[in-house]
Design a protein around this ligand. Structure first.
Ligand code: NAD
Length: 531
């Protein structure tokens, strides 16, 4: 019975007659022995009868809790269909309803009441974690402060690590640092499962996170820690504090940057432009926007632009208008892009008409912000405008794929943060693909773990961006796809992981000498969901 209840060992109705005999399972299962293929089919049949994505999310979670191999087989073989359920956009709703749909805990909840005992608490985790995804729930997707309900995000991301890059589920540990919430609705919600108190701030917050960081690295030596969905005042601070001493990265800043840069490389293959000649206008000036702008700046410099030229090719619009020099109260991460000799501009459309960008990138979580007028303005300025509507979930997307193509007469080079169906326009079918960091972080994590790198560097994200772009074929570009098809994700992740591990070996960050074949090393460590 213990075996049937252990998701890492359970095969359910697929235990063979001999296994049932040897393991004392006879009589505990119905007599028919199913193959894994039939089990997968049955899961899909059941799933497809469920009326809402949230119900599908709950059903898949339950499967994950019962039979890990079967869950991952279903995900890996049906990634196009399942990723939007276990990750964005459905995971956003799942976080909002977390207290209501909660069935079994997954991951670890470390609250500010655990101060002083975090190391002892981490010892309760029964597996040897090599990869932690941690959030404090303050900025979940574009949905704001969801407190401990944010656990859905580390859980979802780690599922993608195992599905998309074969990081073994046993090595993955999702963590919520529950430091309270300032979300009034949650504080008044009888089903909210986190601490019903306001967020810890200032020195109390910093020392709590620091205790966690020390404890995590002591309990799980060499562990890779991914910061996820922290509000931007904490995200930049934590990344800068730990990136040179610990194996950490922030996916919202660095992973997003790599996926967006890869999309730009693809778009430029279509319109024949050079990156260093682009003028990019961001809607948003937070983690995603400045992360992308920083990596784009480095890539422009690699093409020969001076730092000043590269920086001036990137412009940010935040909730108070264009970021320009002299504007009061600008946070530190925006300062590089606060350009001189430009008067303040209050709105995005005027900024487009004034700055004449070749590309607009939406990462402000303001749904519908790329209005028909914005899209028409981009089409008037550019033969093939680059339009990336990257905000999540779908309700926060700057525009739909259909609008992007329709209002640019099918000329937009488009990528989206949420999945959209193909669009038919003027006899052409466009297949938009997600500029989602799920193309990047699984491969980066696998590469870091396989090489046992001490640090995660920007050079690794640059390598990841180039590798992802190299995976896009001519046939993808011909149909408007700036990313490879999702079902190729494991092959793409292997290539990204090998590129990342290469950087680790070349820079002396890896633990041990470089192997003859880095790709072999990476592949040898991948988890394959099978019995
Ligand atoms: P953030 O909170 O760090 O930044 C949001 C920014 O938007 C802030 O600079 C804010 O000033 C600005 N903003 C808010 N209202 C605005 C308005 N009306 N006009 C202009 N700017 C406005 O968040 P983030 O981490 O940068 O994420 C932003 C969005 O990008 C979220 O929806 C997130 O889900 C999405 N995102 C998508 C991906 C992806 O892979 N597609 C990756 C990371 C983030």
């Amino acid at each position: 019975m213990t075996l049937l209840r252990d998701p890492l060992l359970n095969k359910g109705t697929a235990f063979t007659a001999q296994e049932r005999h040897e393991l004392g399972l006879r009589g505990l299962l119905p007599p028919c022995v199913l193959t894994m293929e039939t089990q997968v089919e049955r899961v899909l049949v059941n799933l497809r009868t469920l009326p809402t994505d949230l119900e599908k999310y709950v059903a898949l979670n339950a499967l994950h809790d019962r039979n890990e191999a079967l869950f991952f087989r279903v995900v890996v073989d049906n990634i196009d269909e399942i990723q939007p359920i276990i990750y964005t956009p459905t995971v956003g709703l799942a976080c909002q309803k977390y207290g209501l749909i909660f069935q079994r805990p997954r991951g670890m909840f470390i609250s500010s009441r655990d101060r002083g005992q975090i190391a002892a608490i981490l010892e309760n985790w029964p597996y040897p974690a090599k990869l932690i995804v941690v959030t404090d729930g303050e900025r979940i997707l574009g949905l704001g402060d969801l407190g401990a309900n944010g656990m859905g995000i580390p859980v979802g991301k780690l599922s993608l690590y195992s599905a998309c890059a074969g990081v073994h589920p046993e090595l993955c540990l999702p963590i919520v640092l529950d430091v309270g919430t300032n979300n009034e609705e949650l504080l008044n919600d009888p089903y909210y499962l986190g601490l019903c108190e306001r967020r810890l701030t200032g020195e109390a917050y910093d020392s709590f996170v620091d205790e966690f960081m020390v404890a995590a690295r002591k309990t799980f030596p060499g562990v890779l820690i991914q910061f996820e969905d922290f509000a931007n005042h904490s995200a930049f601070k934590l990344l800068h504090k730990y990136r040179d001493e610990a194996c950490v990265f922030n996916d919202d800043i660095q992973g997003t940057a790599a996926v967006a840069l890869a999309g730009l490389f693809s778009a430029l293959r279509v319109n024949g432009g050079k990156l260093r000649d682009q003028r990019i206008l961001f809607l948003g000036a937070g983690e995603a926007a400045t992360g992308i702008a920083d990596l784009v700046t480095s890539a422009m410099m690699a093409e020969g632009a001076s730092e000043a030229e590269a920086l001036r090719s990137n412009w940010l619009v935040d909730s108070r208008g264009l970021v320009v020099s002299g504007r009061e109260g600008l946070s530190g991460h925006k300062l590089r892009y606060a350009h001189t000799d430009q008067a303040p501009i209050a709105d995005f459309l005027t900024a487009i008409k004034t700055l004449k960008p070749t590309a607009i990138i939406g990462v402000a979580a303001v749904g519908g912000a790329f209005t028909p007028d914005v899209l028409k303005a981009m089409a008037a300025l550019n033969e093939q405008p680059i339009v990336f509507a990257l905000s999540n979930p779908t309700s926060k997307a700057e525009c739909s794929a259909e609008d992007a193509y329709r209002y640019t007469e099918g000329r937009a080079l488009f990528a989206c943060g949420s999945p959209y169906d193909p669009v038919k326009l003027n006899g052409r079918t466009f297949v938009p693909r997600q500029g989602n960091n799920s193309y990047i972080f699984p491969g980066v994590g696998l590469g870091v773990i396989a090489s046992r790198s001490r640090l995660v560097t920007d050079e690794m994200f640059m390598a990841a961006a180039h590798t992802l772009a190299d995976c896009v074929g001519k046939e993808d570009l011909a149909q408007g796809s700036l990313y490879p098809a999702l079902p190729r994700i494991r092959e793409v992740s292997v290539r990204i992981a090998a590129a990342v591990a290469d950087v680790a070996f070349q820079r002396g960050l890896a633990d041990g000498p470089a192997p003859n074949d880095v790709k072999d090393l990476v592949q040898s460590q991948m988890y394959e969901p099978k019995y």
